[in-house]
Design a protein around this ligand. Structure first.
Ligand code: ASP
Length: 378
């Protein structure tokens, strides 16, 4: 608690970068893993938030519990062969990713901001369940990124014999430190999982049984890891030359409406009429289609008239919302619903939170929701 207050105080004073870093290191548990001399080699900061990847079997009880990263060399001896500096910073309370919230996204972006100059890349160890939301959120919160931020996790704990954690971690580290002519190879927020490097805000968890947990239906993989890591650099966002900055606000007063055949006014009224809801992500059918009943269209019209923003995202994983293709979506277009194009649901939710959090005029909010901000839509 005291460290937290001191961190805030140091930030308040302004140019207190070194004090800040020192206190951050004291507040979070940090472990220096690799002895490579900084300056000669690359360096990666691993931020451990929790999730299955960081679990090991307790010798006495046999139950899974969070793994102590000080012992990571025993579990992943491959790390000894890396010639870059590796630091692990651990969240004080390790989380199942179902407990991730907006405050954790702001915290992650703050950590990356505070250590941005000190490391060549960042790896975030995170539970798989909400990893696509967190990666999408960070893709918006981190602006003008010139370094990789790679999320990874595992389907089996790092302590299990057939674990996928080791491969995922080792390859994520390699990608986070990969450079060409002094520039990061993949300077964007990504998810690396089971051989695939995916743009974070294009990825989706699609499996809880196989190792292939993530998919990016509307954007090709940025790299495929086989014997070599084959990068597809024509698909990556080029490193920004503008000053890196972060955003520290997101609007969480948003709602999700998933349409289904049989949905009725009584069910939706409390959401559309709620005073504190600022925006709705509307999950529609096919290419963005919705019922044409007058109760539904009136509800949409009234809430937009009262200043609500509605983003139309498809229930299909692949393909795009195309308002106007069918008459069942043309009405939405005419009423001012914003088509999310080929955005994932996770990107749409976090983008809505991000854009509304900026406190912009209504027409600018609409424009920002409509156009790509960070490669999240085509
Ligand atoms: N429930 C876990 C989590 O998301 C699953 C995982 O780590 O894969 O934190």
């Amino acid at each position: 608690m005291l460290s937290r207050i001191l961190i805030r105080f140091a930030r308040f004073l302004g140019d207190q970068y070194k004090v800040d870093i020192l206190l951050m290191k004291r507040y979070y548990k940090t472990v220096n893993i690799n002895s490579a001399v900084k300056g000669d080699y690359g360096s990666v900061l691993v931020i451990y938030t929790g999730g299955t990847i960081g679990m090991d079997f307790d010798k006495e009880t046999g139950s899974l519990m969070p793994f102590d990263f000080e012992k990571i060399m025993e579990k992943v001896p491959e790390l000894k062969r890396f010639d870059f500096q590796l630091t692990v910073l651990s969240f004080t309370r390790l989380l199942d990713s179902s407990d991730i919230s907006v405050s954790h996204w702001l915290e992650l972006s703050r950590i990356i901001y505070d250590f941005y100059e000190d490391y060549d890349g960042f790896v975030i160890l995170h539970g798989t369940d909400t990893m696509a939301y967190s990666a999408s959120a960070l893709s918006f919160l981190l602006e003008n990124l010139a370094k990789p931020v790679i999320f990874t996790g595992a389907q089996l704990p790092i302590g299990a014999s057939r674990t996928d954690a080791r491969d995922n971690l080792v390859t994520a580290l390699e990608i986070a430190s990969a450079k060409t002519q002094g520039q990061a190879l993949v300077p964007e927020v990504c998810i690396y999982f089971d051989h695939l490097l995916l743009r974070g805000n294009r990825a989706k968890k699609v499996q809880n049984f196989n190792f292939t947990a993530f998919e990016s239906a509307n954007y090709p993989a940025l790299a495929v890891a086989g014997i070599h890591i084959e990068y597809n650099l024509s698909l990556t966002i080029p490193p920004s030359s503008a000053t890196f900055k972060i955003h520290q606000k997101m609007e969480d007063r948003i709602a999700i409406v998933k349409l289904f055949p049989g949905v009725n006014a009584e069910m939706l009224k409390p959401i559309f009429n709620a005073d504190n809801v600022q925006g709705i992500v509307l999950e529609t059918f096919g290419s963005g289609n919705a019922p044409t009943s007058s109760w539904f269209l009136n509800m949409v019209r009234d809430s937009i008239d009262q200043g609500m923003h509605i983003l139309n995202v498809s229930q299909c994983n692949g393909g795009s919302v195309s308002q106007g293709k069918y008459i069942t979506s043309k009405y939405l277009d005419d009423l001012g619903v914003i088509g999310a194009g080929d955005m994932t649901f996770e990107a749409a939710v976090t983008k809505m939170m991000f854009v509304l959090g900026k406190g912009l005029p209504a027409d600018v909010i609409k424009e920002q929701l409509m156009y790509p901000l960070s490669g999240e839509k085509s």
